[in-house]
Design a protein around this ligand. Sequence first.
Ligand SMILES: Cc1cc2nc3c(=O)[nH]c(=O)nc-3n(C[C@H](O)[C@H](O)[C@H](O)COP(=O)(O)OP(=O)(O)OC[C@H]3O[C@@H](n4cnc5c(N)ncnc54)[C@H](O)[C@@H]3O)c2cc1C
Length: 511
Amino acid sequence: MEHPRERTWDVVVVGAGHNGLTCAAYLAGAGLAVVVLERRGVVGGAASLEEPWPGFRVSPCAYLAGLLHPRVVEDLRLHRHGFEVRLLDPQMFVPIDDGISLVEWRDLDRTLADLARWAPGQVSGYRALAGFWDGIREALRPGDDRDLWLMEAPPRELVEQRLGGDPAAIAAVFEESVVDDLSRFLDDPRLIDGLASQGVIGTNAPPTHPGTAYIRFHHMCGRLAGGSGDWGFVEGGIGMVSIALEAAAREAGAAVFTGSEVVSISPGRGVMLADGSWVRARAVVSNADPKRTLGLLDDTPPADFAARVEQWPTDGCSAKVNVALSDLPVFNGDPISTRSQVDVGPGVEGMVSGHAAAREGRLGRPWAELYLQTAYDPSVAPPGRHVLSAFVQYVPYAWQQGSWDDHRETVAQAVFDEIERWSPGFRDLIEAYEVSGPPDIEAKIGLTGGHIFQGECLPPYMWDRRMPYRTPIDGLYLCGAATHPGGSVIAVNGRNSAMRILRDLGETPGD
Ligand SMILES: Cc1cc2nc3c(=O)[nH]c(=O)nc-3n(C[C@H](O)[C@H](O)[C@H](O)COP(=O)(O)OP(=O)(O)OC[C@H]3O[C@@H](n4cnc5c(N)ncnc54)[C@H](O)[C@@H]3O)c2cc1C
């Protein structure tokens, strides 16, 4: 087919992010006529593949997979479409002091044995911390149909009920800061400094902010590897998830068009493309974030929904630095570090002041999470060469003085300083690099404010407080990270939205 206007569709999906593709695959699999329209030249949104330097394949945004829902992997047979994941072990490496590093292995006992060497007094607290959150994962996300992530909009009462009414668990999931949560179990500031960063991933709040304990949980409740919450590299790059989803969607009968920007949405009727043509459909589902979606409407939305979307928090504070390297850097003198995700940064106090600085349009000492995919998967770089991807906070959206064009280099050098601290000589390995701040992410991927989750994942914006799959506007649905269960490469948002649409259109969902 040469142009999507050539027929009338049941559903048009605006955007081929991984969630849009997932939604399309389920809808087409149920027999609907589905078309996906993507403005970029590639599929995947924040989980796509680019080749900024010959032979180096990087994602402009996401790097690690851990929350991708096994139900989607299974239903859409993603392994048949080339999806493979290599789990990290260790999962996390945080340099603490000369020759001392926090090493989180997949095996808890191994982590505790390492910890016993430099912080023996913390071992029982660390074990209790892990056990406490494992219990919460089992309660909220059991590995079966009772998984709250598979439900449409679980209310807080249901979450509390699943937590057995336990006040400590309820406070941890809904109220506590990550620093307070860690401090209930641990009293060595080195350890709290090392772990607190996991409570602010993609989140425009310091680790002392209420609700950041949930952010840490969000990132360790994945079931991709069973019940362990582990993360890994997707073979060929995380964009391969989207490429596998596209293959699954096409196999199910969906049509996918890239380079097809939607400029207007007419719910219940269809969408208009940038070339002025109309693509007709009974329902429109948008993978774009809610602010962008509402901006495309051809009519005035209901005032209360418009106000809710207007207030949806999308102030991004994260940057990405991708680096081509001539060799793998080693951190804190430990070769195992290259096999792990490595966290470097200023600790809790430095993050609090770094967040405050970014709010004022300045850069404090950054925290950076580093991924070295070539340690596991050399296919993403030319032979003998390597890639490092740094996820960086906190950066301003707008600088007090100057623009991002003036400050990309400031950010790169500040990140390289943090790396050099633990990996002297790192700068000598650099062959090329690229920096994307929130406005770059916004311009390239379409994420409003550059917010990596299409809106904060703090507790006031989760569960039934997240954006609805079915909007109050007839014929308009959402399926992106702004919906339950939130941001990251999860894909179940797209799946759940498809279930809602199938029910509304009178089709029988396959679940
Ligand atoms: C810097 C960064 C690092 C991250 N790191 C990780 C990580 O390591 N692991 C992880 O799990 N998650 C990570 N995330 C989060 C994760 O990538 C996102 O939450 C997730 O990919 C969002 O997917 P989505 O399909 O919901 O939406 P998106 O990826 O935002 O896709 C939306 C799509 O809609 C398209 N679109 C928008 N408007 C239109 C229009 N008018 N017409 C046509 N198409 C349109 C866009 O081009 C885009 O392709 C990261 C995100 C960022 C930004």
